[in-house]
Ligand binder design. Structure first.
Ligand code: PGA
Length: 249
């Protein structure tokens, strides 16, 4: 049976107090279930509080939303892989569309972050996705392949065995407009194909993200190409998130 991954990207929400309250409520309504893994990506200041509040819960992993690739030094405002790990992170988002398009992160920087995470023993969740103009010009496939190659070409198959990928069309994030399940599945097949060309194992999880909610998650997960979902807005409320992760069984 496919192992489903439900990943919550809290973006710039939930400080340590709100994060602890979220976990307390969530833990009281959701028990670990077979075949389901949960990832939470809180803001950096809430990493430790979130990880500590979940404790040793076996189905939960906590990750950073961003890391810097250097090990240490004069990089004011940045968080290294080792610092994130010490705060409880087991992985990190890399190349999220807001990093790429709001903060101008390049493909080359994304590649450095993926490398630093893998070398530091953390799991990267590499986010890729086309912009609306790329989709309308018929360049979706090329955009996604380019982002994957740029981030992963230098990595070994052993390293790629620890990777997760999230397909997040930029036009679908936070807009209420999600890709149809069939469109998402088609791009997931492209991603799988490119991952194989990069010598990644066939079981690298590929998640879908972009305006996923309790009303559309079942139709999306009905596509066998989707190994889970990466969710922003609909992951912020513990009861709403509990409902969403419960729907897929
Ligand atoms: P959204 O965000 O679910 O609010 O569209 C998804 C994401 O940015 O990961």
């Amino acid at each position: 049976m496919r192992r489903l991954i439900y990943a919550a990207n809290w973006k710039m929400h939930h400080g340590p107090v709100a994060a602890r309250a979220f976990v307390e409520r969530f833990n009281s309504v959701v028990q670990p279930a077979d075949g389901r893994d949960l990832w939470f990506f809180p803001p950096a200041v809430s990493l430790a509080a979130t990880a500590e509040a979940f404790g040793a819960r076996p189905d939960v992993r906590v990750g950073a939303q961003n890391v810097y690739w250097a090990a240490k030094g004069a990089f004011t405002g940045e968080c290294s892989v080792a610092l994130a790990a010490e705060a409880g992170a087991r992985g990190a988002l890399v190349g999220h569309s807001e990093r790429r398009h709001v903060f101008g992160e390049t493909d080359a920087e994304t590649a450095l972050k993926v490398a630093a995470l893998l070398e530091g023993g953390l799991t990267p969740m590499l986010c890729v996705g086309e912009q609306l103009s790329e989709r309308e010009a018929g360049h979706t496939e090329a955009a996604v392949r380019r982002q994957l190659r740029a981030a992963l070409a230098e990595r070994t198959p052993e390293q790629l065995a620890r990777l997760m990928v999230a397909y997040e069309p930029v036009w679908a994030i936070g807009t209420g407009r999600n890709a149809t399940p069939a469109d998402a599945a088609a791009v997931h097949r492209v991603i799988r194909h490119e991952l194989a060309a990069l010598h990644a194992p066939g079981d690298v999880p590929v998640l879908y993200g972009g305006s996923v909610n309790a009303g559309n998650v079942l139709a999306l997960l009905a596509e066998p190409e989707l190994d889970g979902v990466l969710v922003g807005g609909a992951s912020l409320d513990p009861d709403g998130w509990a409902e969403l992760v419960g729907l897929g069984g």
